[in-house]
Design a protein. Sequence first.
Length: 529
Amino acid sequence: MGRERLYLFDTTLRDGAQTNGVDFTLNDKLAIARMLDELGIDYIEAGYPGANPTDTQLFAEERGLRATFTAFGMTRRPGRSTSNDPGLAALLEAKADAICFVAKSWDYHVRVALETSAEENLASIRDSVRAAVREKREVLLDCEHFFDGYKADARFALACAKTAYDEGARWVVLCDTNGGALPHEVERIVGEVVKVIPGSHVGIHAHNDTEQAVANSLAAVRAGARQIQGTLNGLGERCGNANLVSIIPTLKLKGEFAERFEIGVSDAQLKTLAHASRTLDEMLNRAPNRHAPYVGESAFATKAGIHASAIMKEPATYEHVPPETIGNRRKLLVSDQAGKSNVLAELERIGLKVDREDPRIGRLLEVVKEREAIGYAYEAADASFELLARRVLGKVPSYFDVEKFDVTVEQRDNALGQRVTVSLAVVKVKVDGEHLISAAEGNGPVNALDLALRKDLGKYQSYISGLELTDYRVRILNGGTEAVTRVLIESQDETGERWTTVGVSPNIIDASFQALMDSIVYKLVRSGA
Ligand SMILES: [Zn+2]
């Protein structure tokens, strides 16, 4: 009752995309945007239209999200008019609900980087905000280097922010671009800003260079800011951005914030947080941080002994919040009741009805644990989990058998005398007593195997004709000669449904084969073949 609304702004797809080694495809961006939307994030900053083909394409269509879909870009360049700036034009043309402009607010940067005057910088902010407001967009202004700028010349930094606010910007966002500010400084400076601009229009954008981006964000809220910007898992260049995965549960579960504020993430959505965090890691082909606060696998792990028995009696004895509130689980070595509820929750999520006391649940849990121990990852491979569950519950028909497959890789000179590497796969399947043999050439062994496998499945062929492999990811799980390979395959069908399957083996072809098989069988199950 009467709690103030705080707004969450996610920039995983824009600032997070600056992370070393992160390269989102259009499909990745759409999948992550949907995930953020389902999580209850208010604003999704998806990219920089006009800056690269992926982002331009991303903003070419309405994306139909509940969240405010936000495009990022620069204010008009110095010395140009708004009507004569291609960057600004691309922003205004983008199919976005909101536009977030970035502008300098540190006089030193205006002089040295922009090589222009303070007046021209303010004029650029004013003109750009005005142009976007005229186009009926919600407008945000990211004040770059605000905290350093404020320390150097408070009047100028404030003038930048105030200019945007006066022109009708919904939010003025104070950025700690270099990430060097400390919580007490942020609290003091934000406290000064909200004397000039109402806190309900002030946002915080913190970077993690002193590992205090989360603390800085919370300090800004305490001082009056009402929008928090951050990324999933703290993704972002250098040391990352403020981690929304830590901020969200803090706001929801810690009294000081929970009593004063409400956010767009419901209790039910909060329960999907751990899953969202791990899904992003799997998409990026990164090992999730086991020790990540709230969502890490070890965040609520306790070794057997006094702690464990105390936790069994009264979890609050050793836990700062209940792990299930964020979709994580307690890990005790003595008993794994929590694991069972996890599996039950998963089954419910995919729509399989099973009685709580059904002994097959225990068996499924055993199988999942055994397989995860050797490298399978079911957090991302939803389709493989569903198949595994259906198999243990006896609900997958045996459509076909692969009796044998053979893949060869050959390097030779072709007729033109060029050196080429050719892969050929031959697959022998048995469908309803009928033996079928297919062969296919591919640009690599997995591609050849995939093509051969899907070439002729007899009476099931019509069900898989729209099946398409859309992504293929490989991770080596432990180095050296004992290395095990995990393959994640993403598939899509004619209806646009996507699913991911997993295979694990010391042999990459075998791991790929498992994932391909799961994908085909999953499609047959879903199609009711
Ligand atoms: Zn940033």
